[in-house]
Design a protein around this ligand. Structure first.
Ligand code: 4NP
Length: 183
């Protein structure tokens, strides 16, 4: 059974909570990846998770989406640099940026923020204490990058920053997949 080794995080509890909600409604779990612009980190997380869950049965395969707090890039494809580094790993990112909305807490079972600011904004947006239980930090699932405490914003970095994001996301989505299929 996969275990997240980072002490004191609520990541595993949030996944258990999400799976319980999904099971009670007899449907696959719904996950929303969240960052600021929804053009770099969260659409990459969505694309990578989609990719690694591609072999799961439709009944088990999670329903995925991503969104951001800024909203200024609404309707845009992911950043050209992110699409380029992702394509080298076989990922085609087609998500169109959108702003997160309070109602996302009704629809999704698990909302995964990339950094402190996303996590804090998610807690501010959550309408109820139950909604707050759906929030977790993406980097808490990164077991190989154990000391990473966020997926850092690469927007003002070079391509290295984008590669670093993908490395962290590969690690974190692998753990998430294991938790969902209870390996
Ligand atoms: P993301 O990166 O949050 O990973 O999508 C950013 C993209 C755009 C901006 C900030 C962060 N921006 O301020 O436009």
């Amino acid at each position: 059974m996969t275990e997240i080794k980072k002490p004191g995080t609520n990541a595993e509890k949030a996944v258990e909570n999400a799976l319980r909600i999904a099971r009670s409604e007899e449907r696959p779990v719904r996950i929303l990846f969240v960052c600021l612009g929804n053009i770099c980190r969260s659409p990459a997380a969505e694309g990578m998770m989609q990719h690694i869950c591609g072999d799961m049965s439709p009944a088990q395969r999670p329903e995925l989406d991503s969104a951001g707090f800024y909203g200024g890039h609404a309707g845009e494809l992911p950043d050209r640099r992110m699409r380029m580094v992702a394509s080298r790993r076989g990922l085609v990112l087609t998500h169109r940026s959108r702003k997160i909305h309070e109602s996302d807490f009704d629809y999704f079972d698990l909302l995964l923020g990339m950094d402190d600011s996303n996590i804090s904004d998610l807690h501010d947006l959550a309408p109820t204490p139950e909604a707050e239980c759906k929030i977790a930090r993406m980097s808490d699932f990164a077991v190989n990058y154990q000391y990473a405490d966020c997926v850092p914003d690469p927007y003002y970095d070079g391509l290295d920053g984008f590669e670093n994001v993908l490395n962290l996301l590969e690690d974190a989505t692998t753990t998430l997949r294991k938790l969902i299929i209870r390996e």
